[in-house]
Write a protein that binds this ligand. Sequence first.
Ligand code: FAD
Length: 323
Amino acid sequence: MSKKVLVLGEIRDGVLRNVSFEAIAAGKKVAQGGEVVGVLIGESISGLADQLIHYGADRVATVEHEKLAQYTSDGYSQALLAVADRENPDAIIFGHTALGKDLSPKIASRLQAGLISDATALEEEDGEMIFTRPIYSGKAFEKKKVSEGILLASVRPNNIAPLEKDESRTGDIYPVNTDIKDIRTVIQEVVRKTAEGVDLSEAKVIVAGGRGVKSEDGFKPLQELADVLGGAVGASRGACDADYCDYSLQIGQTGKVVTPDLYIACGISGAIQHLAGMSNSKIIVAINKDPEASIFGVADYGIVGDLFEVVPMLTEEFKKLKV
Ligand code: FAD
């Protein structure tokens, strides 16, 4: 049975995040031939609506208000609930990002709806949508469905392929006017800790360093390799605890969960808490001096060697391939 699905587009620094397009692809599956309505919330954001249509949305609802210039769960939940009230959807899809993780449970609670968070895949079985999500820090997967009422789901970045962009697609873009009140969170200042460049949680290639990198300067060859590959630099908690890099780069159980196409672990032993954040990467390359290091247990390719020799060699070889 076809369904109407709302998909929240996520904007950062005036740009739609890739996960928005992945969420539309998930929304299309959930709609089963029905309608996908993109939702954009913010201040002066309607110019981005076309992109959601190019990636598969049939229509886009925009909620623009000066109080929505920055994300707050109070503001965004009022805006999204106003769209839900008007559209009466069967499902709402979010990206499983910091924003999606904060907002989706609040909306689920308000709508008394079932929420499947952190989905990495979805498929139809006898007319029902079955979602796959990792459990036990990625050691196992469970399959879940929402059997009653509105279905809410958040999809992990980099797991569901977006539809091909089609700039000839058109669709209605319409404003939803609602009074935004009671924002109890006051944002005094936004402090950015992450370096400029590729966003770690959406990066297709990650070059990560551990305690084996030995110093802040030791991250430089990793950054060079990441730059050549168009990727981002990440880290183990060992490297963050040693003050070689900022905690915003930490990957793992208490850091970011990433699923790039290529993860290059340099001087990382492969503790279970680190694996929890990266073991679902598509291809894992490990560089470690210790042939017994646990990281080799999850690696597709292992290089036993000194990272300060191996990483620059890889950078040079990849540079040649790019010429
Ligand atoms: P180490 O274990 O010290 O490994 C360093 C590696 O570098 C070694 O294998 C060594 O052989 C290799 N090496 C040294 N020199 C070189 C060289 N020149 N070339 C090549 N290899 C070299 N950790 C995380 O990463 N993320 C988390 O989110 C996280 N959450 C945690 C939560 C809890 C509750 C707890 C208790 C721990 C958590 N940890 C987390 C910490 C985790 O248990 C490990 O301590 C940490 O991952 C180790 O970091 P590391 O691999 O960089 O360091």
